[in-house]
Write a protein that binds this ligand. Sequence first.
Ligand code: ADP
Ligand code: MG
Length: 240
Amino acid sequence: MEGEMRRREQLAALGEAAAVIAHEIRNPLGIIKTSSQLVAQRTYLAPPDERLLGFVLDEVGRIDRLVTEVLDYVRPNRPTMRLALLDGIVRKAIDFMMPELEKRNITANVELADHIAVDADADQIHQVIINLVLNAMEAMPEGGALTVKVEADQETTEAVLTVADTGIGMEPDVVHRMFDPFFTTKTKGTGLGLAKVLSVIEHHGGAITCTSALENGTSIVIRLPLKQKKIAYAELDTGR
Ligand code: ADP
Ligand code: MG
């Protein structure tokens, strides 16, 4: 357990350093962006130069997204807890992702039990689901099946959210490191998606587990404390 604590401290220090760097990159990046845009608008450029300037703007956009992700990950994220329906939040997130899933030949099996009440920050849980679905999508480049399930475990009084794919799966050592900030196996990945997911779920007093088999797929299960008291509908936050 001592080793695990040290590892966590090191990861926290890494996160802080990343935050400082990300913040310091933002201003000069903004100046590069506006200056390049002005040159592009005001100057007649020969086509090859226009292409080069296009590269500059594309890459500036990429750095900008990376910086935003880093800052989003390290920003203190105390959730604003409200009584919410997990099934409603999941429904909206899946509806949002549906066009992209269809485009990628992924069929979605969605099984949502009714009225799964939890104390949650709906925006943060929305983001969690989006991150998990993005990973599932990226694990199925040739298409496949996505299963999203919400149910209540009455024995443990927990809400259970499952996101499973039929994608490439993971080696055991990847499963071991998947939640580490900046751990990625993708050329264009940031390795921050699951680190953010874990941090949000921990702040919600929940737990997350993963089972994965190489070439067979991955299943992520999130458990959150279930609210069981009778709720007036007006009190509910059903998502966005
Ligand atoms: P990123 O997606 O930017 O790589 P994440 O934190 O979201 O960062 O994921 C970390 C790593 O965990 C991924 O690079 C990938 O190797 C692995 N991973 C996560 N989800 C899945 C999945 N559904 N199937 C296979 N591998 C996955
Ligand atoms: Mg990801």
